[in-house]
Design a protein around this ligand. Structure first.
Ligand SMILES: Nc1nc2c(ncn2[C@@H]2O[C@H](COP(=O)(O)OP(=O)(O)OP(=O)(O)O)[C@@H](O)[C@H]2O)c(=O)[nH]1
Ligand SMILES: [Mg+2]
Length: 231
């Protein structure tokens, strides 16, 4: 039923083009209520989406190694706008500039239906219409068995043809067996409708698990972005 494109995947980590880049600077720039108000740019953007409280903002802090860059909270519904962070990385003396984008979560029950719809269309418009969106990281809480809300969102991403990587978060909070079991079940559920599965990472913002792997992927996607824009 769903896409079978190999751009959903990641190339082998052994590839020579994959290198690990260092963060040189990371700055909060602006919070926008609509994709139309976001910064004008031709640099690639990497957005983080997932249900409320899954750990999107924490992952941004973990990747940039700046504890309070994106605002986090133990209570769901903290991020309410589209937040842009300007990132500079350095890899073998070459500086790259790109964006991290922190989005509000979906599925937050404790707001009015109209507010929830507003957030949903803000997210959907951004994901579907933002021309500089290079890739999406779709976060899933690794402590839980597959949830309908997440599977529905994954399927919507397929329908919209938006490339993404799955990130199973909070891996430090459960034993590894449970985490592995939940990841496997989620991918198994996806197989019911997806011909090819997207790549996935398992992360912990606490322990910095998955940091190097995600930065490597972003580095590779940045190179692809540059090559495509030169054509
Ligand atoms: N132990 C642990 N806690 C985490 C991890 N990631 C996030 N948290 C905690 O989970 C809570 C929610 O994290 P946020 O990063 O604010 O989640 P969010 O997805 O941005 O949430 P909203 O903006 O409300 O949608 C916070 O209390 C974080 O400290 C993790 O990897 N391990
Ligand atoms: Mg947040």
């Amino acid at each position: 039923m769903f896409l079978s494109k190999n751009w959903m995947g990641i190339r082998s980590a052994g590839s020579a083009t994959l290198r690990y880049m260092e963060i040189r600077s990371a700055k909060y720039i602006i919070s926008s209520p609509s994709y139309l108000d976001c910064p004008k740019t031709d640099l690639p953007e990497y957005a983080f989406i997932g249900r409320s409280n899954v750990g999107k903002s924490s992952l941004i802090n973990m990747l940039t190694d700046i504890d309070r860059l994106a605002k986090t909270s133990a209570a769901p519904g903290k991020t309410q706008l589209i937040n842009h962070f300007a990132i500079e990385t350095i890899d073998k003396k070459e500086v790259s500039k790109w964006w991290l984008v922190d989005l509000p979560g979906y599925g937050f029950a404790k707001v009015s239906i109209s507010q929830r719809r507003k957030w949903e269309s803000m997210i959907e418009d951004f994901l579907k219409k933002r021309e500089t969106l290079a890739h999406v990281f779709l976060l899933i809480d690794s402590r839980h068995e597959p949830q309908k809300l997440d599977l529905d969102f994954v399927n919507r991403m397929g329908k919209w043809e938006i490339p993404f990587t799955l990130v199973f978060t909070k891996a430090d909070k459960e034993n590894q067996r449970t985490v592995q079991g939940n990841v496997k079940s989620f991918l198994q559920k996806m197989r019911e409708t997806w011909q090819f599965l997207p790549a996935h990472f398992i992360t912990s913002a606490e322990k910095k698990t998955g940091r190097v792997e995600i930065l490597r992927l972003i580095g590779e996607l940045n190179s692809e972005w540059q090559n495509t824009s030169k054509k």
